[in-house]
Design a protein around this ligand. Sequence first.
Ligand code: PEP
Length: 252
Amino acid sequence: MRKKIVAGNWKMNTLPAEGVELAKNIVGQRTTVSGEVNFLVCPPFTHLAMVAEALKGSDIALGAQNCAAEAKGAYTGEVAASMIAALGCKYVILGHSERRQYYGETSETLNKKMEQVYANNLTPIYCVGENLDEREAGKHFDVVKTQIEEVVYNLTAEQFRNLVIAYEPVWAIGTGKTATAEQAQEIHAYIRKVLAVKFGAAADECAILYGGSCKPSNAAEIFAKADVDGGLIGGAALKADDFLAIGKGFEK
Ligand code: PEP
């Protein structure tokens, strides 16, 4: 049985006190959704310690949105995976399309970040996905295959067992446009096939999340698909009731 996961990517939103309030509201309403659904939130770095405190005693996990490619040292402005782990994080989002697009994140950097994440016993949520031009040119399968081959294929079998993938078509992120459930299933199944080429049957155990304008009204249809194991949620993760209602998508 694969894990059912709903992960909130807060991006660069909320002031610290607002983030704490949001976390407390999520904890407060948690019992409205089945305990089978694993929730996690990824606030900005500045909020991690305070949000960790707000989540204490709940089963909502904490994640970061990025980490440094190096372990420590003279890297002004960077945040090491060890620091994130020390604050109680369990997950780190890596390779989000916004980081690839605006911060020039490449497979080379992501391989180094992966190493740091595993060295600190964190679980990466590795994002893949095509942009609109690539989708329209029918290149989406090749794009995600390359993103997986260049990074995930470098993992050991043991590391792979502790990996979450998020398929996020760039044209659906923050645009209100969602991939159809059929489009999501088609590419999730393909991703699982690409993973199986390298990791065999273990690919069946890997949680693959969908991300891109996922909300309470469309989650159930998308999550009903065989190879969709949950969602990476941006905008709708900023409201506790919407975020939790997305988790209810598994119950329908
Ligand atoms: C994201 O950026 O990870 C995301 C899925 O954003 P949104 O839900 O706002 O499209």
